[in-house]
Write a protein that binds this ligand. Structure first.
Ligand SMILES: Nc1ncnc2c1ncn2[C@@H]1O[C@H](COP(=O)(O)OP(=O)(O)OP(=O)(O)O)[C@@H](O)[C@H]1O
Ligand SMILES: [Mg+2]
Length: 631
């Protein structure tokens, strides 16, 4: 009997409907998920020109008989569910019976499969939904599907595809996610005849994380896991000190499926609680195992959103375990080994005992409902593509050739000096006369520095407190923005290049947006392997943590690829450059330096907020002080 059957109408109506073939990466996703469902342990993906012209997925799974191969391209034809109840217990990646029909309707499609080597293989070719050729042929057990000229018959959809590089990077990221969710499978990705990924199969999720992201990301992460009958999870999380400014390095899987689930993300964040600074995000790679009956995958046709039947329980277990294991890790640093078996004093709420909950029952802990808003805020929103072609490449509207525009600086002369670099002590003194006059002109006088953090200033009938880091950051932000858009960004060649190791996906981003990097004042060359050499930097960043800035900007670029909002991107990049190059809280300032800082604030028309939205200064009127002293 055929394994594949056409679903009855009543069941079809219960399945989340919608188009899933949006771009080459969605085709690859459906084909690879089919290969995983077929029990393959080797999946080889070959693409040309970002998958727009050619996609081939070859697997060594159980294959299909000739009859099943014919049915596979029909709508609502699947071997994965049969009846309504099956929808409540899905353990395969696919179940809608839609993907192959949808893909073969909008491409030149070829399916070759063999379910039994003795009977031989079978091939079907379909063009725009019509079968044009069938043949029996020799083929090893497994399946190969080739998709050429995607959207050739739907020009409107063709237009929505982005540059080859953008489409390629979506496929690259997708294969990484599929590989993380399925460590036992060997994955290969070949793009334009170059083998770009070859990830060996393993039984170990953590080893897979190392393979996919390299030591740059995975080193220094803490192994985290927990097992009870309701739920199992395992993975790597970052220490609160090694966090990122974006959520890019957060991957969660449920039963091998990459998912976006606010409950899971929020549970993990909750485990970090107060340990995270504002605007920072932990790295985590977490794989959860739950009984299929506890998850509803039939929420969205793309199947990356899921609903958890017992969300509160999952949230509580995750948050308490992450919190506990972070504390245990911290303790292992500071407490000698022989004393470690004593429980730390301030433990997170104890993990809930499974027997207290029947599946489906909601535990009384309503931690999630209290914090739903936060959960919303802390999870990634679904990806929305709003890019237009002229937004690609991170180029400002009137981008002239970088070579002529960025002014190279001769290190041997002094008069190139960036006027907005926070002055060194001696230089600040030299600027003193001018800054003094402008501060005085505005009726300000500096009283002093409080806790090496705030400047106290007397204004007309008021006391002003300035946050030195926020103020300098704001000045830097305005200056970088002005220099960038007026093409007057000065650059500084480095006598000794800075070497930086990047995870492979960041290497791709660097190459992809090389021109934008140059326009930002960075010349970065590939050195070999995962290493890059930074040869030139923007002058304004000369005393800054260049590696930190580059990594932050790469995180931003990765986000940009998805949101496509150019203005937001630039603001974020300028913020990052400003933040890294600004003086810190806790830095003692001389009188001259304080003067120079306030002078610059005045010069830039004193912004009230730092780029992060924190106030730069606050003031108390004399009247208010009088009132508080009950005068
Ligand atoms: N690589 C493969 N190896 C073996 N069988 C396959 C393969 N790809 C598809 N099939 C068979 O073809 C059927 C149809 O595949 P299709 O992807 O269209 O639907 P599905 O996987 O059942 O559901 P969904 O639309 O959610 O992906 C599958 O149910 C499976 O039986
Ligand atoms: Mg499928």
């Amino acid at each position: 009997m055929n394994k594949i059957q056409i679903l009855p109408e009543s069941l079809i109506n219960k399945i989340a409907a919608g188009e899933v073939v949006e771009r080459p990466a969605s085709v690859v996703k459906e084909l690879v998920e089919n290969a995983i469902d077929a029990g393959s342990n080797q999946i080889f993906v070959t693409i040309n020109n970002g998958g727009k012209d050619y996609i081939s997925v070859l697997d060594n799974g159980h294959g299909m008989s000739a009859e099943d191969a014919g049915l596979a391209i029909e709508r609502h034809a699947t071997s994965k569910i049969r009846k309504n109840e099956d929808l409540d217990n899905i353990s395969t990646m696919g179940f809608r019976g839609e993907a192959l029909a949808a893909i073969s309707a909008v491409s030149r499609f070829e399916l070759t499969s063999c379910g039994d080597e003795e009977s031989g293989g079978y091939q079907i070719r379909v063009e725009g939904g019509k079968i044009v050729h069938t043949a029996r042929m020799g083929f090893p057990k497994g399946t190969r599907i080739v998709v050429e000229n995607l959207f050739f018959n739907t020009p409107a959809r063709q237009k929505f595809m982005k540059s080859n590089n953008t489409e390629y990077s979506h496929i690259y990221d997708l294969i990484i996610r599929l590989a993380l969710g399925n460590p036992r499978v060997q994955f290969r990705l070949t793009h334009n005849k170059n083998l770009v990924l070859n990830i060996p199969g393993t039984n170990d999720f953590i080893e897979r994380v190392h393979h996919c992201f390299g030591t740059e990301i995975s080193d220094g992460l803490i192994e985290c896991g927990h097992e009870e009958s309701y739920l199992k999870f395992h993975g790597l999380i970052s220490q609160p000190t090694t966090v990122k400014t974006s959520k890019r390095w957060q991957h969660t899987f449920v039963n091998g499926r990459y998912v976006k689930c606010s409950t899971i993300n929020h549970g993990i964040y909750e485990g970090y609680k107060t340990l995270l600074m504002k605007h920072t995000h932990p790295i985590f790679f977490i794989n959860l195992e739950l009984s299929p009956g506890e998850i509803d995958v039939n929420v969205h046709p793309a199947k990356t959103e899921i609903r958890l039947k017992n969300a509160n329980l999952v949230h509580t277990i995750l948050s308490s375990q992450v919190s506990l294991q972070l504390k245990q890790h911290e303790r292992s640093y500071f407490v000698p080994e022989e004393k470690r078996d004593r429980e730390p004093v301030d433990l997170a709420p104890p993990p809930l005992q499974n027997q207290q909950f029947e599946p489906g029952e909601t535990p009384r802990n309503d931690i999630l409902s209290q914090s739903e808003d936060l959960a919303e805020a802390s999870v990634q929103k679904p990806v929305i593509y709003e890019e237009t072609d002229n937004q690609l490449g991170f180029l400002a509207p009137e981008t002239p050739n970088i070579e002529n525009k960025n002014k190279k600086v001769d290190l041997t002369t002094k008069d190139h000096e960036d006027p907005f670099t926070f002055p060194e002590k001696s230089e600040a003194k030299a600027e003193l006369s001018s800054s003094e006059s402008s501060i005085a002109d505005e009726g300000f006088s500096i009283i002093g520095q409080l806790s090496n953090k705030y400047l106290l200033i007397q204004g007309e009938k008021k006391l002003i407190l300035v946050d030195q880091h926020a103020a300098h950051e704001r000045i830097r932000f305005e200056e970088i923005k002005r220099q960038y858009f007026s093409n007057s960004l000065q650059t500084q060649p480095l006598l000794v290049p800075i070497m930086i190791e990047l995870p492979p996906q960041d290497g791709i981003l660097l190459e992809q947006y090389k021109e934008s990097w140059e326009k930002l004042g960075f010349i970065i060359d590939h050195f070999g392997g995962n290493d890059y050499s930074v040869k030139e930097i923007p002058m304004i960043l000369k005393d800054s943590n260049i590696t930190g800035i580059i990594k932050d900007v790469l995180d931003e670029m990765a986000q940009f690829g998805k949101s496509g909002k150019l203005e937001d991107f630039f603001n974020e990049v300028f913020e990052k450059m400003a933040c890294h190059s600004a003086i810190r809280a806790s830095q003692q300032l001389s009188r001259e330096e304080m003067d120079a800082l306030i002078d610059q604030l005045i010069k830039y028309d004193i912004m009230l907020h730092c780029p992060h939205g924190r106030p730069v200064w606050i003031e108390f009127s004399l009247d208010e002080l009088d009132r508080r002293f009950k005068r």
